[in-house]
Design a protein around this ligand. Sequence first.
Ligand code: FE2
Length: 219
Amino acid sequence: MSDQERRIATKTRSLRKYEGDPQAFVPVEGAPAIDLLSPFGPTIARTSVPQALTDDLNRFADTMQRPGEFLVPPDILTAGGKASLQHLIETAVSRYAEIHEGKKPARVHVDVAWIVCQPAETSSPAHFHSCDVSGVLYLGLPPGIDDEAQTARTYISGRKAGYINFIHGDRQRFSRSLVSFRPSIGVLYVFPGWLLHVAEPFLGPGERRSLSFNAIVGE
Ligand SMILES: [Fe+2]
């Protein structure tokens, strides 16, 4: 193999992680049969964490001044060793990266984690994180999040009170650019740090409580 051929082969391999999956089918019901392919765009992983962990984090958050944001100290993050939140997050991020890039990342490290306690009528404006992979874990919801008055409070298509919304790209015909999830306690979303997201405000008593993290993923 010549040097030029080797360079081309290496380049092809390094670009493979950016290729869409030609098997990325979205099932479509109905006749006649049609396959809908959705090979492009960022992906979001969803998993869950044991209740013991969310209980521990909530006990810690209850001791802090609220509302507000505060860092989760390393001893809380690493408590429990292999059952710790840090280990669980790093495992989820490693799997997420491996699915995309075809190999286990050389290193995954949770750089920082913080808890956000939001009262009614406060939002988390559209933002991204300065890291490779980020995520959010829900720890508490306002009791009225599913009230009719809340679910009817739609700010724009699909964006409801208290929900998290991810935004990618512009409004383009035949391309989706916004997805909205109802938070659920114990559910962890993992996504690229550059992906814009926003939390809408809610009304009524209680607080919306979540943990965010920034992770570094070595290639
Ligand atoms: Fe965020």
